[in-house]
Design a binder for this molecule. Structure first.
Ligand code: GAL
Length: 731
C-alpha cells in the first residue's frame, strides 16, 4: 500500500458514526505555533498522523514542552444537527495541559490558560472539554477542520485519552438543574442560557422505607438567561429528587439530595479529653503537642509528671521543649473551666518511634488543589482552633502541592512561591498553637502539578524544611516516573530507592518529620514501607467525592492490609472527602450522601488510617463537624494497639469489618453497600463474627443499644458499634 492509501484507511478507521455521535481517534500533529493553522484551508499534508490514545512523548515525537497543534478532518452529518439551540458539541476529553479549539477557523472555546494570557499559564489537564458550536460554523455533510492548539508543561502532553466526540446537543449543555441547601430544606434552581418550556417534577422518598411521600409537578416557561427557583422543606433521612424535561430533547435533567442528620451528641460544657493517649518523640527532638479538651473556653491546663525540658503553656494547653532522655513518661493532664474539670492519664514515649497513632489533621489538596495559599492555610488553621476541631486531636496542617517557587536560589535551595510569603513564620505560628506543619514534594524533578521536585536536592530540601519547622512530609512519586521509566531496573529495590534516599536526610534532621509516602501502592508498598522507616504510605490512587471512589479506595483496596499497620506505620487510603471540597479555587459540598459520609468516617476509624481532613475548615457546617468530632469514633482510630480492622464478612451486599481495641472490646462496622436499606438482627450479625455480645454501644449515637433487636441500615450506610464481648478470644 502506498502512503496515501495507508493514510486514507487510517482516517476512515478513525471515524465511527452512531446515530447520536461521531468519534474521531486520530488526526494530524505539528510542533510549534502559528495562528494560520486554525484556518480551514491550511494545507497540513506534511504534518504527522497521530492517534489520540497516546501522549506526545509516547508517539515517537520529540519531547514537546511548549506548543503543538492538532488538526482533525471530519465530515459532520446533518443528522447530528438539532434545532437552532446548538448545532453540535465537541467533547474533547482531557487535554494536557491547556487548549484553544477552532472549528473551520471559528474559536469554539478555551480551557486552561497559556503563558501569554493575563495571569500566565494554568493547567486544566484533567478537565473534560465540551465546546458548543454555532450551527453556522459547521460544513454539514462536508469536510470540517477542527484545529486544537495545545500548551504542555511537563509530561505527558496533548490528547491521550482516546477520542474526540462530536455529539448532538442536549439539554444539559445550556440548562442546569441544582439543589442548593437553605434553612429548613433545599432550593431547586433551574438556570438556562436559552429559552425553554418543560416540566419540573419533584419527589420526596423516605430513605429507610423507600416509600414515596410527596410528588409535585409544575410547568415551566423560561426565557434565555433566566432562572426558576422553588423551595422545598426536607426533614432528615428523606431523599429529594427533582427532574426537568423539555420535549425538544430526549434527555432529562436530574438533581437529588438527602437531608443530612446529626447523630453525634453535643460535647458537654465541662472539659472532656478527646485526644490520643500516647505521643512518641525522639530524644532531643522538639515536642509539638496540643492537649485536646472540648468544653467551654477559656480553660486552664495542668500536666503532672513532665520530664525535664518539656514545658506547658497552661493557657493554650500546648506542650513544647524537648526531652533528652529516652523512656516512657506517665503524665496526667488536667483541664479546668468555670463548669468543672477533667483529668486523663497519658504516656509520653521518648524513643525511636514517632506516629504512634495515625496522624490527624488537614491537607490542602482536596479543597484548594493548586490554588492553595498561605492565607488559605492560615484561615483553616484558625478555624481548626476556633471551631473546636483541635479539641478532638486534629493537629497537622499540611500544605500539598503548589507552594514551590519556579526556581531554586543561587545555592540550589528550594524556596516558596509568592503565595507563601513566609514559611518559617507560618511554622512558628502553628507550633505556638500546638499545631504541626506539613509539606509536600516529589522524588522527581517536578511534582504532579508541574512544580519543582526534590530530585538531586534531597539533602538540601530536608534541611530547608527543618529550618521552617516542618513536621510532616508527603513525598509523591509523580515526576519520578521519568527516572524510573528510563531505567531498565524495574525491581522492588528501584521502587524503594528514591524513598530510602530521602529517608536518610529526613531522619538526620534534629526534629521529627512524619514520613508519608505517596506512590499509590506501587510494588505493594505496605510490605516494605515500615522497613524504610516510613510512617504511612498511600495504598491507592487519588480519592474523590463519589461513592465509586470511596468504595474502591476504602473497601476494595484495604482488604488484607491489616498486618502491615501498627504504631509508627500506617496504611493511607487518602484524605477525607467530607465538607466543602473542589480540588480548585471553587468549592462545593461533598457529593457523598450523608449515609455515605457516615460510612466513610466509620471505615477510616476502623482502618486505623490517616485522618486528614480535605475540606475548607473555615466553612465546616454542623453536619461535617458531627462527622469529624465524635470522640468515640475517633478514639477507635487512635486506639493505642493500632490494629487495623479486617474484613470478616461479605454477604448479600453487606460487609462486616472489625478490630480489637486495647480495652478488650471490639469495634465493628456493619456496612450496607446495597441501594436499598437492609434490616439486621444485631446479635445474629455479631454471632457471625464469633462475638457473644455483652454491652453494645452505638458509636455514632454514643449510647448503649439492645442486641436482640433489629436495626435498619440505610443504603450505603453503616451501623458502627463497640462490643464488649463475653468471648474475647475470637481474634
Ligand atoms: C497526586 C497525589 C495527590 C496530590 C497531587 C498534587 O499525585 O496523589 O494527593 O498530592 O498529586 O499534585
Amino acid at each position: 500500500m502506498n502512503k496515501v492509501l495507508i493514510l486514507l484507511s487510517l482516517l476512515l478507521l478513525s471515524l465511527s458514526l452512531t446515530a447520536q455521535e461521531l468519534s474521531v481517534d486520530s488526526g494530524r500533529f505539528q510542533k510549534g505555533d502559528d495562528t494560520s493553522w486554525s484556518a480551514f484551508d491550511y494545507d497540513d499534508n506534511t504534518w504527522q498522523v497521530v492517534s489520540f490514545d497516546k501522549a506526545w512523548e509516547d508517539m515517537g515525537l520529540d519531547r514537546v514542552n511548549g506548543i503543538g497543534w492538532y488538526r482533525l478532518h471530519v465530515t459532520i452529518p446533518s443528522s447530528l444537527r438539532k434545532g437552532t439551540v446548538a448545532a453540535i458539541m465537541l467533547d474533547m476529553g482531557a487535554i494536557d495541559d491547556s487548549d484553544q479549539t477552532w472549528i473551520n477557523g471559528h474559536l469554539a472555546g478555551q480551557t486552561g490558560t497559556f503563558p501569554e494570557d493575563p495571569g500566565g499559564y494554568s493547567s486544566e489537564w484533567g478537565k473534560r472539554r465540551y465546546y458548543i458550536v454555532d450551527p453556522r460554523w459547521v460544513h454539514w455533510d462536508r469536510e470540517n477542520v477542527i484545529a486544537v492548539r495545545v500548551y504542555n508543561y511537563g509530561d505527558p502532553g496533548g490528547f491521550y485519552r482516546g477520542t474526540v466526540k462530536i455529539v448532538k446537543p442536549s439539554l444539559k449543555y445550556f440548562a442546569d438543574l441544582s439543589l442548593v441547601a437553605e434553612t429548613g430544606g433545599y432550593k431547586a434552581v433551574l438556570a438556562t442560557s436559552e429559552q425553554t418550556s418543560g416540566t419540573l417534577n419533584m419527589t420526596v422518598t423516605d430513605i429507610l422505607t423507600g416509600t414515596l411521600e410527596t410528588f409535585k409537578t409544575q410547568k415551566v416557561n423560561l426565557a434565555a438567561w433566566k432562572d426558576k427557583q422553588i423551595s422545598y422543606s426536607l426533614p432528615p433521612q428523606k431523599r429529594l429528587k427533582v427532574t426537568y424535561s423539555d420535549p425538544r430533547f430526549e434527555e432529562v435533567l436530574e438533581a437529588e439530595v438527602c437531608a443530612p442528620y446529626i447523630l453525634t451528641p453535643p460535647a458537654p460544657a465541662t472539659p472532656r479529653y478527646n485526644g490520643p493517649l500516647v505521643f512518641g518523640v525522639r530524644p532531643g527532638s522538639p515536642i509539638v503537642f496540643r492537649l485536646a479538651f472540648s468544653g467551654d473556653k477559656p480553660m486552664k491546663y495542668n500536666v503532672e509528671g513532665l520530664p525535664e525540658g518539656v514545658v506547658l503553656d497552661s493557657k493554650k494547653g500546648v506542650l513544647s521543649g524537648s526531652c533528652a532522655e529516652a523512656g516512657d513518661f506517665p503524665l496526667v493532664f488536667t483541664a479546668t473551666n468555670d463548669k468543672g474539670s477533667a483529668k486523663t492519664s497519658f504516656t509520653l514515649k521518648v524513643g525511636p518511634l514517632i506516629g504512634l497513632t495515625p496522624p490527624m489533621g488537614w491537607n490542602s489538596w482536596n479543597c484548594w488543589g493548586l490554588s492553595v495559599s498561605q492565607e488559605k492555610v492560615m484561615a483553616s488553621a484558625m478555624a481548626l482552633i476556633n471551631r473546636g476541631l483541635a479539641d478532638y486531636g486534629y493537629s497537622y496542617m499540611n500544605i500539598d502541592d503548589a507552594w514551590e517557587a519556579d526556581e531554586r536560589d543561587a545555592d540550589g535551595r528550594i524556596e516558596a512561591n509568592e503565595k507563601f510569603p513566609d514559611m518559617k513564620a507560618l511554622g512558628d505560628w502553628l507550633h505556638s498553637n500546638g499545631l504541626k506543619f506539613g509539606i509536600y514534594s516529589s522524588p522527581g524533578d517536578h511534582t504532579c502539578g508541574g512544580y519543582l521536585g526534590s530530585l538531586g536536592h534531597e539533602q538540601q530540601d530536608a534541611e530547608v524544611w527543618n529550618s521552617w519547622g516542618v513536621d510532616y512530609l508527603k513525598y509523591d512519586w509523580c515526576g519520578y516516573s521519568k527516572v524510573f521509566d528510563a531505567s531498565p531496573d524495574k525491581s522492588e529495590a528501584a521502587l524503594i530507592r528514591p524513598y530510602l534516599y530521602m529517608q536518610q536526610y529526613l531522619r538526620e534532621q534534629p526534629r521529627d518529620i512524619f514520613y508519608s509516602l505517596c506512590q499509590y501502592g506501587r510494588g505493594k508498598v505496605w510490605e516494605w514501607g515500615a522497613f524504610i522507616d516510613a510512617n504511612s504510605w498511600r495504598t491507592s490512587n487519588d480519592i474523590n467525592d463519589t461513592w465509586e471512589s470511596l468504595y474502591t479506595t476504602g473497601f476494595e483496596r484495604q482488604v488484607g492490609l491489616q498486618p502491615y499497620a501498627g504504631p509508627g506505620h500506617w496504611n493511607d487510603p487518602d484524605m477525607l472527602i467530607v465538607g466543602k471540597v473542589g480540588w480548585s479555587s471553587s468549592l462545593r459540598d461533598s457529593r457523598l450522601t450523608p449515609d455515605e459520609q457516615y460510612t466513610h468516617i466509620s471505615l477510616w476509624s476502623l482502618l486505623a488510617v490517616n485522618m486528614l481532613i480535605g475540606c475548607d475548615l473555615s466553612q465546616v457546617d454542623d453536619f461535617t463537624f458531627n462527622l469529624l468530632c465524635n470522640n468515640e469514633v475517633n478514639a477507635v482510630n487512635q486506639d493505642i494497639l493500632g490494629h487495623q480492622a479486617h474484613q470478616d464478612v461479605v454477604e448479600d451486599g453487606m460487609q462486616i469489618w472489625s478490630r480489637d481495641l486495647y480495652d478488650g472490646s471490639y469495634a465493628v462496622g456493619i456496612f450496607n453497600l446495597n441501594e436499598e436499606s437492609v434490616p439486621v438482627l444485631l446479635d445474629g450479625v455479631l454471632d457471625k463474627i464469633g462475638l457473644k455480645a455483652g454491652t453494645v454501644r452505638d458509636l455514632w449515637r454514643q449510647k448503649d443499644i439492645a442486641t436482640d433487636a433489629e436495626y435498619v441500615i440505610p443504603p450505603h450506610g453503616v451501623l458502627y458499634v463497640k462490643v464488649l464481648s463475653s468471648s474475647p478470644s475470637r481474634l
